[in-house]
Design a protein. Structure first.
Length: 240
């Protein structure tokens, strides 16, 4: 690597450094760290075949790996503590306690229940787009709303005007929220995603109303402790 700033040899400014181990910022750092984490295989962790960052230990603990951060989820504290002690024998760990925030998702324990939400992220999005004066809304999308390509810009003037509105950027942020903690906006996000190639002012205004709905309901949280599952199967057309 090039000599780091402040440590350049004045007599040999064109010389480079030969590293004895990988450090942050190098092209091969990611691969070197991935090879290092293969230690988990030797510790009898079982990695999922379709994703490289999720491991199981004796079907009692799930280990999530994000760069050099590790999240442990176990059936009991005893199982988690056992895995922590095992990892300490091979890695220099810094225990940060219970996970409170992960990739923009916040976790909160209350009365024995575990909740997840993205209040901080929603606040940042609302602050980022406040200049567009989005309205307060009680619904993700109004009942009976019908959108079509006929509402998309058709002239060069209309297309140029729509370039002033960050439709894709805002839609991407709302899609990120929808896929993690707010399934109640899934329908609206899916509908609006159909027009991101050439959105019109009508689509933009509906997208702003969706942001207003999120701002109004930012306090909603998912309760992970009492999960109820429903099937969306359609038996109405099955005469048998």
């Amino acid at each position: 690597m090039c000599q780091p700033q402040g440590f350049v040899n004045e007599n040999k400014p064109d010389n480079v450094c030969l590293l004895k181990k990988a450090i942050y910022g190098l092209k091969q750092s990611g691969r070197e760290w991935f090879q290092e984490m293969n230690t988990l295989d030797r510790l009898k962790f079982r990695k999922l075949k379709w994703v490289n960052c999720v491991y199981f230990y004796q079907n009692n603990v799930v280990l999530l790996l994000y760069v050099d951060d590790i999240i442990l989820i176990g059936k009991s504290n005893d199982y988690v503590n056992k895995v922590i002690e095992l990892l300490k024998c091979h890695f220099d760990l810094r225990i940060l306690g219970k996970t409170q925030k992960l990739l923009g998702v916040e976790f909160q324990e209350l009365d024995g229940n575990l909740f997840m939400h993205q209040n901080d992220y929603i606040n940042k999005i609302c602050e980022l787009y406040k200049e567009f004066n989005f309205l307060v809304s009680s619904l993700p999308i109004a009942k009976g709303t019908v959108l079509s390509k006929l509402q998309c810009p058709s002239t060069s003037v209309e297309i140029t005007e729509m370039k002033n509105y960050p439709y894709r950027s805002l839609l991407g942020s709302l899609s990120y929220i929808e896929s993690r903690t707010r399934p109640d906006i899934s329908y609206a996000v899916n509908i609006l995603s159909q027009f991101q190639e050439n959105p019109g002012i009508i689509h933009w205004n509906i997208l702003l109303k969706l942001l207003g709905y999120l701002g109004t309901t930012r306090g909603l949280q998912l309760n992970l402790s009492n999960v109820e599952c429903y099937s969306d199967a359609d038996f109405a057309a099955n005469r048998d």
